[in-house]
Design a binder for this molecule. Structure first.
Ligand SMILES: NC(=O)c1ccc[n+]([C@@H]2O[C@H](COP(=O)([O-])OP(=O)(O)OC[C@H]3O[C@@H](n4cnc5c(N)ncnc54)[C@H](O)[C@@H]3O)[C@@H](O)[C@H]2O)c1
Length: 243
């Protein structure tokens, strides 16, 4: 049991908080004084963030994790950041690969949002989903991933409309190439013979560099804040002009 939140502390739930964007986001909310729960399959969340084991692709695991996070009767912010990539030729995608990327990247946020909703309603909380540039514009050799992320952007917009009467905001961020382990993973799985322009395109951003995880984190913090109280159903491109 963590210490109960003080009056001005928000309860913030972040999936994928053991690495990359989720880790940096958890640090930012923690530094702002919020009570932060970091959900992940890896117990490597930042210091001062309460780790809760959770496989976002598993309903029972999601329900159990949300029960822990909602122990004080409310969830102010849910950030769905956990995700995996799929890269390779379309002909070579296996059923298992297709199902896994959809389970983690699309069904995961669906289950988290469903489980958290009563607790978000208890305090007019809000949701920020991390989609991808591949959820807005086409991405060759990432067809299963872009289908899942495209699904997440539409899920975000449709749910924002449905929850507007409850004053629950739902937004998504679509990052370009962010400097995290996921990117080196993409580079490592690029088999010989894949169009090298795809890798070039991943770096085709305004400043000619990858985005820092905390830059995406600060956008998540903004969308979750009262300053964004008039922002909902927004699909925020944060991609250095890539799209
Ligand atoms: N890095 C990029 O360039 C980039 C670009 C666009 C979108 N994104 C999206 O940003 C999000 C975060 O990516 P990242 O780059 O920080 O990746 P990352 O690999 O650094 O972190 C992903 C985290 O999710 C966790 N995770 C994976 N599967 C999980 C599961 N089943 N249950 C719970 N946790 C799980 C991992 O353990 C890890 O801690 C993902 O949704 C990704 O698709 C990343």
């Amino acid at each position: 049991m963590t210490a109960a939140p003080t009056e001005d502390q928000r309860v913030v739930v972040i999936t994928g908080a053991a690495s990359g964007i989720g880790y940096a986001t958890a640090e930012l909310f923690r530094d702002a004084g919020d009570l932060v729960f970091g959900l992940d399959i890896q117990a490597k969340t930042p210091e001062g963030v309460t780790y809760v084991e959770c496989d976002v692709a598993d309903r029972a695991s999601v329900d159990a994790a949300i029960e822990v996070c909602a122990q004080y009767g409310r969830i102010d912010v849910l950030a769905n950041v956990a995700g995996i990539v799929q890269f390779g030729r379309f002909e070579q995608i296996t059923d298992a690969e297709w199902d896994r990327v959809h389970a983690v990247d699309l069904k995961g946020p669906f289950m988290l949002m469903q489980a958290a909703l009563p607790h978000l309603k208890a305090c007019r909380g809000n949701i920020v989903n991390v989609s991808s540039v591949a959820g807005r514009v086409p991405q060759a050799y990432a067809t299963a991933y872009s289908a899942a992320k495209g699904g997440l952007t539409q899920l975000t917009k449709s749910l924002a409309l449905e929850l507007a009467p409850d004053n629950i905001r739902v937004n998504a961020i679509c990052p370009g190439t962010v400097d995290t382990p996921i990117v080196s993973h993409v580079a490592s799985i690029f088999p010989d013979g894949l169009d090298p322009r795809v890798m070039d395109r991943l770096m085709m951003m305004l400043p000619g560099r990858a985005i820092a995880p905390a830059e995406i984190g600060s956008a998540i913090v903004y969308l979750a804040s009262p300053n964004a109280r008039m922002v909902t159903g927004s699909i925020f491109a944060f991609d250095g002009g890539m799209s």
